[in-house]
Ligand binder design. Structure first.
Ligand SMILES: *Cc1c(COP(=O)(O)O)cnc(C)c1O
Length: 244
């Protein structure tokens, strides 16, 4: 097999093992495995890999790059897929993603949210009573306090959330965060528990439930599940190393 071909059997075998590991981690933590949703991160992998896993029953896929994601959506238009946008989002790209993803995980500043809201206002209303579409989002928090990382600072989280709550066509569903890249497995755990506490505190201050915590990747999803993740975003362990 050359490097451009997709080994579907290998992807499915690795995927099945990941699904089992997720369920086991949830049960070990006293959680219902159904509370933890797997997002298969297909960035830089071909649409064919997504097609194979979707036919196998996986519904949620995560993408980082706008053009790549939209091309896959088009190629797989016949498939039922919940697309997640998980990468850094430039403000000028907000117009391209609005209404096209089940959940955008990476909202971290007001200017970006405002651009998204503007675009949502331009989408056609839906249903008989002309309801406006709502875009579900997560707020990405810079949980590692890293200088050059995406994500709102912990100190600015509450204010940002309040400002975004005033935008009628965006709905905050929870928080997303990534530990520093050098902190894997057990070293990542304190960052996850910190994000969960921030979520709980924010929900209390806003007076509304924030159901979701998007945290955990190939190297640390077991710890993330133990600390309360509702979405884990896993690429490498399912699809193998990214081609470039
Ligand atoms: C690439 C990426 C992932 C998946 O990472 P793996 O280590 O391959 O599992 C998850 N989340 C984000 C934001 C990513 O960019």
């Amino acid at each position: 097999m050359n490097e451009c071909q997709v080994d579907g059997a290998a992807i499915i075998a690795r995927y099945d093992a990941v699904v089992e590991k997720i369920a086991e981690a949830a049960r070990n933590a006293g959680r219902n495995p159904e509370e933890v949703k797997l997002i298969a991160v297909s960035k830089r992998h071909p649409a064919e890999s997504v097609r194979i896993l979707n036919n196998h029953g996986q519904l949620d896929f995560g993408e980082n790059y706008v053009q790549e994601a939209l091309a896959k959506q088009e190629e797989l238009a016949e498939h039922t897929i919940n697309w997640h946008f998980i990468g850094h989002l430039q403000s000028k790209k907000a117009k391209d993603v609005a209404g096209k993803f089940a959940l955008i995980h990476s909202i971290d500043r007001l200017s970006l949210a405002q651009k998204l809201q503007k675009r949502m206002e331009m989408l056609p209303v839906s249903g008989l009573d002309g309801e406006r579409k709502v875009q579900d989002i997560l707020l990405q928090v810079n949980i590692g306090d890293e200088a050059q990382k995406s994500g709102v600072d912990k100190d600015g989280l509450f204010e940002l959330a309040e400002q975004i709550m005033a935008l009628p066509q965006l709905r905050i569903c929870g928080l997303m965060g990534m530990p520093p890249a050098s902190c894997v497995a057990e070293e990542a755990r304190p960052f996850f528990s910190n994000l969960r506490m921030l979520r709980d505190e924010l929900a209390t201050r806003l007076g509304m439930p924030l159901k979701h915590l998007s945290m955990g990747m190939t190297q640390d999803y077991v710890q993330a599940i133990e600390e309360g993740a509702t979405f884990v975003r896993i690429g490498t362990e399912i699809f193998g190393p990214r081609p470039y």
